[in-house]
Design a protein around this ligand. Structure first.
Ligand code: HEM
Length: 363
């Protein structure tokens, strides 16, 4: 039987001609051949290809989460796409090792030819940050300039557009705020939770007060820390306090979404909550893996250029360490662990609610 599609050649399908003639070392152009420049170009190109794949996955997740009612079957698909992103990110972290086979001296052979180009201008990297939802206000500024001031007009437009389009953190916030189970019929989960937390907190205070091995000074210090934890719990269970934290830029999820995310984390063993739990966990993984990449890149830069400034004009290593500290997106999800209490102290859910959270088949 004749195949309905014409045959295709491997190289044509992958546009290898284009791909494999896209490496043009500057050192050759200037007749000062530097062997390692090829590695430098190929490693960066490989990164950009993986950034493209990450954007492809993020766009599809964003599309699913923009609907007012999310088709529940899509949660499983979104989870598998986020998992794919984290798997790529692990390769991205490891890939820096390949570049580190180039010594700082080898890098010096061609570094000056690159000025003022820098990874700082990677618009795909910025698109990933924006699509995940990095807050423009909390970006570390380079010479008081906007992060997009060093890219072409075309890329600037793309970045500004992406900044003004709904991001993953915003879409997830909306989705979480719609999740039911927080107050059902006559069962107000949060008043039970508050009671369980109060008991736990009181217990902790008693442990500090009655610990014979503590000096007065240490006891006072621990009581202070205990007060901080107590205040965090108070803000979780107080909408006004939570909204004040949003105003100060310390929280991004709404009060309702924060409670929903916490509920999902606390009762993740309930079948219906398991996929949402994995979804939220992958978002934390993505943040953690980008932070890992940022630290590893900053360390590599330190070892490659020492205390010199970057080709893009930043303070180099110092600027990059600061972005690693400050460019997390899903801080709210990281912070949730503050509010977790042991399974044994969790309020028992009423049987009607438990039934709704399970997989049931009634013939
Ligand atoms: C010898 C290797 C490298 C050196 C010395 C280096 C150096 C730097 C420096 C100094 C900066 C800060 C901006 C500047 O002043 O230029 C920077 C930013 C950046 N680099 Fe690299 N880099 C290297 C490899 C890579 C690779 C392989 C990638 C992969 C795409 C990359 C991606 C980035 C990105 C995305 C930024 C912006 C980070 C941010 O603003 O948070 N770099 N790089």
């Amino acid at each position: 039987m004749k195949k309905p599609y014409p045959p295709i050649y491997y190289s044509e399908y992958l546009h290898l001609e284009k791909l494999l003639t896209s490496q043009s070392p500057k050192s050759d152009e200037y007749n000062q051949h530097a062997h390692d420049e090829m590695l430098f170009i190929i490693v960066h190109q490989a990164y950009e290809l993986w950034f493209k794949q990450i954007l492809h996955e993020l766009d599809s997740v964003l599309e699913m989460f923009q609907e007012n009612v999310i088709d529940e079957r899509n949660i499983g698909i979104a989870v598998s796409r986020l998992r794919r992103i984290t798997t790529i990110q692990k390769v991205l972290v490891d890939q820096l090792n390949i570049l580190e086979t180039m010594t700082p001296l080898d890098f010096l052979e061609f570094r000056d030819f690159l000025i003022p180009a820098s990874g700082f201008q990677s618009y795909q990297f910025r698109l990933i940050e924006n699509k995940l939802g990095l807050n423009p206000e909390s970006r570390v500024k380079l010479d008081n300039k906007n992060y997009y001031s060093l890219v072409s007009d075309e890329h600037q437009k793309m970045l500004i557009d992406s900044q003004n389009t709904i991001s993953v953190i915003e879409a997830v916030d909306k989705w979480l705020s719609r999740i039911p189970f927080l107050k059902m019929d006559d069962f107000d989960f949060w008043s039970y939770y508050k009671e369980a937390v109060s008991k736990l907190i009181e217990n902790e205070k008693q442990i500090i007060l009655n610990n014979p091995s503590l000096t007065d000074e240490k006891r006072e210090k621990q009581l202070k820390e205990f007060e901080n934890t107590k205040q965090k719990f108070d803000s979780l269970l107080d909408e006004e306090k939570h909204n004040a934290l949003i105003k100060q830029g310390l929280k991004r999820f709404s009060y309702k979404s924060t409670l929903a995310a916490l509920f999902i984390n606390l009762y993740r063993d309930e079948p219906v909550l398991h996929l949402p739990f994995r979804f939220l966990t992958y978002l934390v993984d993505i943040d953690e893996l980008f932070t890992t990449w940022r630290y590893k890149h900053a360390l590599m830069v330190h070892r490659m250029i020492g205390a010199k400034v970057g080709t893009g004009g930043s303070s180099g290593h110092h600027y990059l360490m600061e972005t690693a500290e400050k460019h997390k997106v899903f801080r709210d999800l990281f912070d949730l662990s503050t509010y977790l209490i042991p399974r044994s102290s969790l309020p028992e859910l009423p049987s009607g609610l438990k039934l709704k959270l399970g997989f049931n088949y009634f013939s």
